[in-house]
Design a protein. Structure first.
Length: 132
């Protein structure tokens, strides 16, 4: 928390933002055991990725309120939202932007999902072959 408090501005100055093509949404757990999540919103400003906001929780209503707070002139420049597969983020983005903006799943989360099934199959087959 100390790093976050010292390194991140409390509010973004939207006057400095001319366009955001992509917004990223992800969460981090502040405590072990996947508790006390905060949501991190990032954006691509020209050649640099910046943190747009650190939200106090990952609830859909919190994320939707943040997205709704983006000025209209900037909202019009957003063409996609990249997020993990957390439903709260996906629904907040869909409700906040409608069909105009694409929802893109983070490839690391997608890869983890499909590897999980393959890994389960591999383990099952190894167990079966050892018994035979």
């Amino acid at each position: 928390m100390g790093i976050i408090d010292r390194s991140i501005e409390r509010e973004i100055n939207w006057a400095d933002v001319t366009r955001l093509d992509v917004i990223g949404l992800d969460e981090i757990s502040l405590k072990k055991g996947h508790r006390d999540f905060v949501a991190i919103s990032t954006g691509r400003l020209e050649t640099e990725t910046v943190i747009l906001g650190v939200l106090p929780d990952r609830k859909k209503a919190t994320v939707k309120a943040f997205l709704s707070g983006i000025p209209q002139r900037v909202r019009q420049t957003i063409h996609s939202v990249c997020t993990d597969m957390y439903e709260g983020f996906v629904h907040a983005a869909k409700e906040g932007f409608g069909k105009r903006v694409k929802i893109v799943m983070d490839r690391c989360h997608v890869a983890k999902r499909y590897r999980s099934g393959l890994d389960s199959l591999r383990q099952h087959e190894c167990k079966r072959l050892k018994q035979e």
